[in-house]
Design a binder for this molecule. Structure first.
Ligand code: HEC
Ligand code: HEC
Length: 251
């Protein structure tokens, strides 16, 4: 009996480890239909949605097909990637196969020059004052070290010219007026009924008791990132998008 259970266990673990998304024509076509129903809303055709770019042979969260199906089933905790609703196991496998087929298609090319874009990022753009890349930079915005693997070029471009349209969660700017002393502005780190904790533009952490304030305002629909519309010319913008799109991980 015990041996049977063990064999059964080994067998199911074996099958699980070898999970491989189907790539035959019928499955891909079924997967495409599922993708359009369940995923296109956020991922567009794969590379032109507001969510992660899926037209890539290397998906950060899905190095294996097993991980890919697990993401489709469970979503990615703490992000806008939701768990699949109303999909059968077979449909999840088909959609995984379809996503892999996107990664095998021609890689996306961007118009700009990444090296020149890096200069815009470091110079005129002043982006490093708020963002980190590879451990260097500021903490007033999200770490961009892997941003090219997570966002499409179209989404990156919008993030720069219209930050409010692609607002990333967790970066709410708050303005606190204490009963005594000057107003404090910064990114909200946490908040409960009694206190609000924020980090100001110089990196200092403030923990303020709410009963010691006269006003607290939160910019919930407005990014603290300035729009660069009109501040960068078309060429600089193309180059900057090419640079961001080249950021794929630790360097
Ligand atoms: C409500 C919007 C939304 C829907 C619907 C959605 N996704 Fe996502 N997905 C996202 C977001 C946002 C991310 C990026 C998460 C992050 O910040 O890491 C993401 C990430 C992913 C990733 C990880 C990419 C990587 O580089 O690791 C995969 C794979 C993925 N989605 C596949 C799918 C599939 C397949 C479907 C349909 C079954 C789907 N998504 C439906 C929003 C969505
Ligand atoms: C004053 C600080 C500040 C500056 C300067 C700034 N950003 Fe941002 N950035 C933010 C904040 C805060 C967010 C998160 C809120 C949002 O999505 O707009 C953000 C979001 C982003 C995102 C989207 C990240 C995601 O997860 O989707 C990208 C891409 C980006 N910034 C690139 C840039 C580039 C390129 C520059 C320079 C041209 C720049 N930023 C300058 C603060 C800044």
């Amino acid at each position: 009996m015990m041996r049977l259970i063990l064999i059964g266990l080994m067998f199911s673990v074996g099958v699980w480890a070898q999970l491989s998304a189907p790539s035959d024509k019928a499955s891909l076509s079924a997967g495409k239909t599922q993708f359009e129903i369940h995923c296109a809303f956020c991922h567009g055709r794969g590379d032109d949605g507001f969510a992660a770019n899926l037209v890539s042979p290397n998906l950060v969260h899905a190095p294996t097909d097993t991980a890919l199906v697990s993401i489709i089933r469970n979503g990615i905790l703490g992000t806008d990637m939701p768990p699949a609703l109303g999909m059968t196991e077979e449909q999840m496998m088909q959609v995984a196969g379809y996503v892999r087929s996107l990664g095998r298609s021609a890689p996306i090319t961007v118009a700009g020059d990444a090296a020149k874009g890096k200069a815009v990022y470091q110079g005129k753009g002043g982006c490093g004052g708020c963002h980190m890349v590879g451990g260097a930079g500021g903490k007033m915005g999200p770490d961009l070290t892997q941003i090219g693997a997570m966002r499409s070029p179209a989404n990156l471009r919008t993030s720069i010219v219209d930050p409010n349209a692609t607002l990333a969660g967790g970066w709410t700017m708050v303005h606190v007026t204490p009963k005594t002393g000057a107003q404090v502005n910064g990114i909200r780190l946490s908040e409960d009924n009694f206190r609000i904790n924020l980090r100001d533009g110089r990196g200092r952490i403030h923990s303020i008791a709410k009963d010691q304030t006269t006003a607290i305002t939160r910019d919930l629909t407005k990014s603290s990132m300035p729009s660069y519309q009109g501040r960068l010319n078309a060429k600089e913008l193309d180059d900057l998008v090419a640079y961001l799109f080249s950021l794929r991980g630790a360097m």
